[in-house]
Design a protein around this ligand. Structure first.
Ligand code: F0G
Length: 457
């Protein structure tokens, strides 16, 4: 077969892109307070803000929307979703919710108490926030390689098992469960190996703790295992998926990622007593247990997306897209996080602009420049998003200052990817001309969403 991997789909419906000029973008970003979250989507040419809820649905998914059953209780679409989720993940109880963070909210309100500490390879921001919201403390224990964007490790999303064991020994009584995020979004869309999942599961068994998997990007993680972990090259992806979840007591899932859905999520579990509690609570917060805050058609679209996501030709194209962009940027010595992750390209803003001190927000400078030059929307996941202040107001910066360009599923073509790479490559050659930024208005939490910026004085 030819070496060229092309998009394994044909385009049947198109959404025109408004081609803008630099002058227009200068005005729009100024009016947006230099925060790309405040832009109108039509002011963006290539929107890589997130891969969440932004997938192009297949014709089968659109057809499923038409045949969705809108019954309040006992919807046919729920039973279809339940069957495909059971088959895919292998857990018997399936509870729908409107998106991933609703799954987190529902589950953590039942399991997390004030004083609890929850270790993980890397909590996503809503995951950490939902643990904190219930009085708990989310603790990240990634492997040391994860802190170095240039270090190669095939499973940079792994949890540090030695640290996890020490943590369970010291803080065991306060730990309600261990959580693994697959893939690890905040750490670069990096996969977790089967060996690491099994290692964490063995520690959980030894210390009597449930293992919870945040499975938002489970299909990408499984395909990485097939590609990178010895012994799995000949395995069918669905079998790898089933094995990954063998040891999971609970799965939280956002259908907005690896189910090609625009909305939807799941909690899958084994414990009937816990399920009863969650279903009772669900009625207060999301809805009856056979729709969980979703329309019947959304359940149907998510079910169909789960049937499509494990297609190896899709997964091969999906992971290769990011890898291809990474390779081209590395050729131009652009500091991109390696190895390439599953859903996004991550740039190391601190290494991109070494002349900018951290308080001049290199990640924000990068996001603004990429928008001005290319009309491309990326997101800062660094000093602004994860930075905090101590009691005296001094900055506490995170270990990495990253900018993420997330690829929506089945939306953009290779030419779009090439354009993105060209814009970033050209910017890198002229990086010394770029100045720093500071807060104009600083939002109290998750600062990247609502803060505004001005040029640093
Ligand atoms: N867990 C992970 C690993 C995620 O990446 C996300 C969302 C969630 C949970 C929450 O799911 O959005 O359906 O409520 N990530 C999106 C992103 C928002 O852009 O990375 P949700």
């Amino acid at each position: 077969m030819s070496e060229i991997i092309f998009e394994p789909f044909r385009i049947k419906v198109v959404e025109p892109i408004r081609i803008s000029t630099r002058r227009e973008r200068e005005e729009w970003i100024a009016a947006a307070g230099y925060n790309v979250f405040n832009l109108k989507a039509e002011q963006v040419m290539i929107d890589l803000l997130t891969d969440s809820g932004t997938s192009a649905m297949s014709h089968h998914q659109w057809a499923a929307l038409q045949s969705g059953d809108e019954s309040y209780a006992g919807s046919k679409s729920f039973f279809e979703l339940e069957a495909v989720a059971r088959e895919t993940f292998g857990l018997p109880i399936v509870i729908p919710v409107h998106q991933g963070r609703a799954a987190e909210h529902l589950l953590f309100s039942a399991l997390v108490k004030p004083g609890h500490r929850v270790p993980s390879n890397g909590h996503f921001d809503t995951t950490g926030a939902n643990i904190a919201d219930n009085g708990g403390d989310p603790v990240n224990l990634p492997i040391p390689e994860a802190a170095d964007t240039a270090a190669y490790h095939p499973f940079k999303g792994n949890v540090d098992l030695q640290q996890l064991e020490a943590f369970l020994q010291n803080a065991g009584d306060d730990v309600p469960f261990v959580l693994l995020t697959i893939t690890n979004n905040s750490g670069g869309g990096q996969p977790v190996s089967m060996e690491n999942i099994e290692g964490a599961a063995a520690l959980c068994a030894r210390y009597g703790k449930p293992l919870i998997l945040d499975g938002c990007r489970f299909a990408e993680n499984a395909y990485f295992i097939k590609l990178r972990e010895p012994g799995y090259a000949d395995w069918e992806v669905p079998k790898i998926v089933r094995k990954m979840f063998t040891h999971a007591s609970v799965i939280t899932f956002s259908g907005k990622k690896d189910a090609f859905a625009n909305i939807g999520g799941l909690v899958c579990l084994r414990d009937e007593e816990l399920a009863e509690k969650l279903k009772n609570r669900l009625i207060v917060t999301e809805g009856f247990a056979t729709y969980g805050g979703l329309a019947g058609r959304d359940l149907a679209a998510m079910a169909q997306g789960l049937r499509e996501i494990l297609d190896e030709n899709y997964l091969k194209y999906r992971l290769r897209t990011i890898e291809w962009m990474c390779e081209r940027l590395l050729k131009n010595e652009v500091p991109v996080l390696v190895p390439s992750g599953g859903h996004a390209l991550f740039l190391d803003a601190a290494r991109f602009f070494p002349h900018l001190p951290p308080e001049h927000l290199p990640g924000i400078a990068l996001v603004i420049e990429i928008y001005l030059r290319g009309g491309i929307r990326a997101v800062e996941l660094g000093n602004v998003a994860f930075g905090k202040r101590d009691e005296g107001g001094a900055d506490i910066f995170p270990r990495l200052d990253l900018v993420r360009l997330a690829m929506p599923r089945r939306v953009y073509t290779e030419a779009h990817a090439e354009y993105v790479v060209k814009v970033i490559g050209d910017l890198y050659r002229e990086r010394e001309t770029v100045g720093g930024w500071e807060f104009e208005k600083e939002a109290p939490v998750m600062r990247h969403f609502r803060s505004t910026f001005r040029t640093a004085r």
